[in-house]
Design a protein around this ligand. Structure first.
Ligand SMILES: Cc1cc2nc3c(=O)[nH]c(=O)nc-3n(C[C@H](O)[C@H](O)[C@H](O)COP(=O)(O)OP(=O)(O)OC[C@H]3O[C@@H](n4cnc5c(N)ncnc54)[C@H](O)[C@@H]3O)c2cc1C
Length: 401
C-alpha cells in the first residue's frame, strides 16, 4: 500500500489494545483480513488483568486460552474481610475459571496469532470524515496521510477519538483512586489459590495470586484532593502513597505493599465509566463506523470486566459480520447496508450485556465514592435486589465465533 498519498483498506481497526487485537484475531479466524492502526511504536501493555470465566470462554473461541492457562494459576476461592467490624465471609467466585494474567502475555498472544503486517505501529489517527460521495470513512493520520476504509471499528480506549467523532458522550468520572502493584516473594507466598479482599474505613484492598511466588494487589479509595501530579510517574511515590493508605492493615499487607516490585506499580485517579443510561440511549454506529471495548463501554475496575467484555465484543462482532457474509474474501466486498445491519445486530446484543455490567460497576463505584449515607444505603439495596449473585456476570457466554 502506498503511504505517500491516499490509501484504501477494507476493515480498519483503530487501536491495538486488547479489544482491537482480539477483533483482528476473531476476524482472522473467520478468514477475514483487517488492518489495526496503533499509535504507539510497539505493543502497549503493563500490569495485570483478571480474567473471569466469561473472558476465558471468549479466549477459547479465539483459540489462545490454552497457552494463557499455562501462565497463571487458577483462583479457587475468595474471602472478604472487614476490619471495621471483624466480619469475614466467603466470596462465591464460582467453580469456573478465574486467573490473573500479565497483560503482556495476553496482548502478545493475540498479536502473535495475527498474519504479518496486520498491526501498523506509530499510526496515530487524528480525525475521521465521511467521503461525501461514497459515504465511506476516511481517516486522517498524524503523518499527514489519509486512509480510506470501508469499515472502521474504533477500539481506541477510554478517551476514544472515534467514539467522540460518532457522537458518543464522554464517560462519567468518579472521584476514586486506585493503586495497583505486583509483589514477588523469593519463596512461595502464603495466599495459595485464594483471592482476598480486605476493607478498612474507605480503603478496599485486594490480593490475587498470579503464580506461586507472585501476587497482584490493588487498593481503591476516595480521591479527596488533587494529588501530586508526579506520583503516577514515580514507583517510589506510588509505593509511599499506598503504604500510607494501608498503615492500619495487617503487617502481611503492609509488607506486601512496601516490597512492591518496580516491575509494576500503577496509580490512577478519576475512574471513568459509561453509565447504563448513556449506553441505552447512545447510537454507537454512524454508517459503517462503530466502536468496541473501552471506546464503547469504559468501566470502573470494581468488577474487573472491561477486558473480558472487550474479548466478548470481538467474538460477537466477528460473528455478526461474517454471519451476514458482508465483508472479507479476496475482494473484501459487502454492501453498505449489510455491514450496517451486521453492526446493528452486534450493538443490540452487546448493549444488553454491557448495560448490566455498567450498572453493577456504577453501583459499586457510587457506594465507594459517595459521602451520603442515604445514597450508599440505596446503592447497597439496589445491588442486593438486582444482583443477588454478584458473580452472575461471569457466567455469561458470548457464544461461538
Ligand atoms: C485500574 C484498572 C484496572 C483494570 N482491571 C481489569 C481487570 O482486572 N480485568 C478486566 O477485564 N479489565 C480490567 N480493566 C479494564 C481493561 O483494562 C480495559 O477494559 C481494556 O484494556 C480495554 O481494552 P481496549 O482495547 O478497549 O482499550 P485499551 O487497552 O486502552 O487500548 C486502546 C489502544 O488504542 C490505542 N490508541 C488510542 N488512541 C489512538 C489513536 N488516536 N490512534 C491509534 N491508536 C490509538 C492505544 O495506544 C491503545 O493501544 C481495568 C481498567 C483499569 C483502569
Amino acid at each position: 500500500m502506498d503511504m505517500a498519498g491516499d490509501t484504501r483498506e477494507t476493515i480498519v481497526i483503530v487501536g491495538g489494545g486488547i479489544c482491537g487485537l482480539a477483533i483482528a484475531l476473531a476476524l482472522h479466524r473467520k478468514g477475514i483480513r483487517s488492518l489495526v492502526l496503533e499509535r504507539a511504536k510497539t505493543l502497549q501493555a503493563t500490569g495485570v488483568i483478571l480474567v473471569h470465566p466469561n473472558g476465558w470462554r471468549a479466549l477459547d473461541q479465539l483459540s489462545v486460552a490454552s497457552y494463557l492457562r499455562q501462565t497463571a494459576i487458577p483462583i479457587l476461592s475468595g474471602q472478604f474481610i472487614s476490619l471495621d467490624n471483624d466480619k469475614m465471609e466467603e466470596l462465591h467466585i464460582g467453580k469456573e475459571e478465574l486467573r490473573c494474567l500479565k497483560r503482556t502475555d495476553l496482548i502478545k498472544i493475540l498479536a502473535d496469532n495475527l498474519p504479518p503486517n496486520t498491526v501498523r505501529f506509530g499510526c496515530n489517527v487524528l480525525s475521521m470524515e465521511m467521503d461525501p460521495i461514497t459515504s465511506s470513512p476516511v481517516l486522517q493520520l498524524e503523518d499527514g496521510t489519509s486512509l480510506n476504509a470501508k469499515v472502521v471499528i474504533g477500539c481506541d480506549g477510554v478517551n476514544s477519538k472515534i467514539a467522540k467523532l460518532i457522537g458518543v458522550k464522554a464517560p462519567t468520572i468518579f472521584n476514586l483512586l486506585t493503586i495497583r502493584g505486583i509483589t514477588i516473594y523469593p519463596s512461595a507466598h502464603k495466599f495459595g489459590n485464594e483471592f482476598k479482599m480486605i476493607k478498612k474505613d474507605d480503603v478496599i484492598f485486594g490480593v490475587t495470586p498470579m503464580t506461586t511466588n507472585r501476587v497482584f494487589w490493588f487498593l481503591t479509595t476516595k480521591y479527596i484532593s488533587e494529588s501530586d501530579p508526579k506520583i503516577s510517574k514515580s514507583h517510589k511515590l506510588i509505593v509511599n502513597a499506598a503504604c500510607e493508605l494501608v498503615k492500619d492493615f495487617p503487617s502481611s499487607i503492609k509488607e506486601m505493599v512496601k516490597n512492591c516490585s518496580p516491575e509494576y506499580s500503577h496509580f490512577s485517579e478519576c475512574l471513568k465509566l459509561q453509565t447504563p443510561w448513556d449506553i441505552l440511549r447512545t447510537q454507537y454506529r454512524v454508517g459503517r463506523v462503530t466502536v468496541a471495548g473501552d471506546a464503547m463501554h469504559a468501566m470502573t475496575p470494581f468488577i474487573a470486566q472491561g477486558g473480558s467484555a472487550s474479548l466478548e465484543d470481538a467474538v460477537v462482532l466477528a460473528r455478526c459480520l461474517t454471519g451476514k457474509t458482508v465483508v472479507g474474501g479476496p475482494s473484501g466486498g459487502g454492501s453498505k447496508m449489510m455491514v450496517e445491519e451486521a453492526f446493528d445486530e452486534y450493538l443490540k446484543e452487546r448493549k444488553q450485556r454491557v448495560m448490566r455490567l455498567s450498572l453493577q460497576s456504577y453501583l459499586l463505584a457510587k457506594t465507594e465514592e459517595t459521602s451520603s449515607k442515604f445514597i450508599k444505603f440505596l446503592c447497597i439495596v439496589l445491588m442486593v435486589v438486582l444482583f443477588p449473585d454478584s458473580f452472575i456476570h461471569t457466567r455469561y457466554d458470548c457464544g461461538s465465533l
